[in-house]
Design a protein around this ligand. Structure first.
Ligand code: GDP
Ligand code: CA
Length: 310
């Protein structure tokens, strides 16, 4: 049994690789909810949807988010009548948001996610890190911005001064996450190559989640989202720099050093391995296709098993 922590697009790729090599009952993907927000009267959960669509084999291959082959008639019609169009919602994708919003009146986010996963044929567990409301806010040189205002509306242009997770202090970890953490067959925990500041840190900001991780009896390994001094996609490198951390795989290793037992960095960064503050694995971490995802998943699992205490 393996637990994988994931944000959206980067994390979902490794989660997909893990799902390809592990039986359904042997993997729980724990997903960030700090990006969630209310928009057009709907509850949008970008990271949960990205993981769910990716594991269902339905994700748009060019963006990594949204549904493959989705259309944009709703957005075009909304624009015509003067609605808010800065956040793109595909026509088919809309069904997820509308139905989730309806179901949330009587169900937890965990239950809704489980229901959708079942209907979409996702057999591995996908669980929100918390069923409580937690929201990332970004302190920037242009003032305090809600996460999607920063990420989508302002396209990560403002300089980040700090991040806070509203509601984290009082949020509880989800039951399904706790169940996975307490599973007698738990063998390892993996931080997927998600944005450390925007995807992993918001989960660690929930005190119960951090406490569970600190009390773990199994190895925790993280995979670097930074390769050769750059993010594969998105603002991880920019934020790393703006917050004053070294922009390299080592800079990420440093952020996690009090928590993890092993760190996976890319073959491009092999020269950094000997100076990392924890055991490392050098692997091909760039996932361009399904077999890259599987190979990385296998390498990460093998690395974690070597770190396991006898
Ligand atoms: P988001 O929530 O959609 O922004 O996605 P995540 O936080 O899960 O992932 C974003 C991070 O994934 C970025 O920092 C990228 O550098 C990283 N990433 C994307 N694709 C890959 C890949 O193939 N390999 C590695 N190592 N990192 C990747
Ligand atoms: Ca995200």
């Amino acid at each position: 049994m393996i637990i994988a922590f994931s944000g959206g697009v980067g994390g979902a790729k490794l989660a997909d690789g893990l799902a390809a090599v592990l039986a359904p009952e042997l993997l729980t993907v724990v997903v960030n909810v700090g990006d969630d927000f209310e928009h057009l009267g709907l509850r949008i959960c970008p990271d949960l949807d990205t993981v769910m669509y990716t594991l269902a084999g339905l994700a748009n291959p060019s963006t990594g988010w949204g549904l493959a082959g989705d259309t944009a008639s709703f957005m075009a019609a909304l624009e015509r009548i003067g609605g808010e169009t800065w956040f793109h919602l595909g026509d088919r994708d809309m069904a997820t948001h509308v139905e989730r919003t309806r179901l949330l009146a009587g169900m937890s986010l965990s239950e809704v996610t489980e229901t959708f996963c079942r209907r979409l044929g996702v057999r591995h567990a996908v669980v929100p890190v918390s069923d409580d409301r937690v929201r990332t806010t970004v302190r920037t040189d242009e003032g305090l911005l809600s996460f999607q205002d920063y990420f989508v509306r302002r396209r990560c242009a403002p300089r980040v001064l700090g991040l806070t997770l509203e509601g984290a202090d009082s949020a509880r970890a989800s039951e399904r996450f706790l169940h996975a953490m307490n599973h007698p067959q738990l063998k390892a925990i993996v931080f997927c190559p998600s944005n450390p500041h925007l995807s992993i840190a918001p989960m660690l900001a929930i005190p119960q989640v951090r406490a569970c991780l600190q009390a773990r009896r199994v190895p925790l390994v993280a995979v670097s989202p930074i390769i050769d001094g750059n993010a594969v996609k998105g603002p991880a490198a920019k934020i790393q720099k703006e917050l004053g951390f070294p922009v390299s795989a080592l800079g990420v290793a440093d952020l996690y050093k009090d928590l993890i037992d092993g760190f996976v960095l890319d073959v491009c960064d092999a020269e950094l391995a000997p100076i990392a503050p924890m055991p490392t694995l050098v692997a091909q971490t760039l996932m361009r296709n399904p077999s890259d995802r599987r190979n990385l998943a296998e390498a990460v699992l093998e690395f974690a098993s070597r770190l396991r205490k006898p």
